[in-house]
Design a binder for this molecule. Structure first.
Ligand code: ZN
Ligand code: ZN
Length: 271
């Protein structure tokens, strides 16, 4: 049961992932979401994180960025696939408009809409083209969530999704796995990635592409539909519910944008 739960979201994934699902989960990395990844022509690659954050959030982005820079941790050289680099933001945080080839990090009072944090990721075919992560201060400023552990967990997890990672575990009440890609009622042990996450990143980025999706789309290229004027903070605009787990506390939505483009929304609902 535990094993099939782990593997279910990856049924459509590449054959390699399917094979890994047959092995004990603890022994192998197998938590990509589909086969989605940034296209690039060389490793290690550098993903820009746009800083649109208030001073209260900036230290957490620094932590998340170093968490998701694989060369900075003591892991085998084979997992040295990516860096994240904090750069100046390019959007008003409340709107948090995407910019092609990068991830924008935003915080704002997005309202009492139920969600604590979301990651929204645009893909063209299997290649990620842009993303945003949004931290909802309405909830983060309440006593339940106004802790360093919750801020680290949610920001780390949403940026992890923007790299192509899925949750390692979606049961809030079982033993903690010690990774921000684990849902939990107790965020304290789950504020950073673990070895398993770095192994999965090494698998996701073990091939090279003939082009890169890490740069702004050149003029004339088919850019991802940005959905200008659409309120992407609203659940109504997220498209079809792909997965709902744990009484609906963790969800993934997909909106088909046509011409091979999709928008995925990963949600952590507030309790
Ligand atoms: Zn590729
Ligand atoms: Zn998530």
């Amino acid at each position: 049961m535990f094993l099939s739960l782990q593997c279910l979201p990856r049924v459509m994934a590449v054959a390699l992932s399917a094979m890994l699902c047959l092995l004990p989960v603890s022994a192998q990395a197998a938590h990509s979401w589909g086969n989605y990844h940034w296209a690039r022509t060389a490793n290690p690659f550098s993903l820009k994180l746009g800083d649109n954050l208030s001073s209260a959030w900036k230290p957490y982005l620094a932590t998340t960025s170093s968490d998701w820079s694989t060369p900075l941790v003591t892991v085998p050289a084979t997992t040295d696939v990516l860096n994240t680099l904090i750069v100046a933001g390019s959007t008003r945080p409340k709107v948090c408009r995407p910019s092609s080839g990068r991830v924008e990090a935003c915080n704002a009072n997005y309202g009492w809409n139920g969600w604590l944090g979301i990651a929204q990721i645009w893909a063209s075919g299997s290649h990620i083209t842009q993303g945003v992560v949004k931290m909802n201060d309405n909830y983060f400023n309440t006593t339940s969530y106004n802790t360093p552990a919750w801020r680290n967990l949610v920001l780390c997890q949403e940026v992890g999704h923007a790299l192509g990672l899925d949750h390692q575990d979606e049961d809030f009440n079982n033993a903690n796995l010690g990774t921000c890609m684990d849902y939990s009622n107790d965020p304290v042990p789950n504020q950073h990635p673990n070895q398993h996450d770095y192994e999965q990143l090494a698998l996701i980025y073990s091939h090279l592409d003939a082009f890169t999706s890490l740069a702004a789309s050149p003029a004339g290229a088919q850019a991802a539909p940005g959905l200008q004027g659409v309120d992407l903070n609203s659940q109504r605009e997220w498209g079809q519910l792909l997965r709902s787990r744990h009484g609906g506390r963790t969800e993934v939505y997909a909106r088909d944008l046509g011409r091979g483009h999709k928008l995925f929304t990963f949600v952590i609902w507030a309790w």
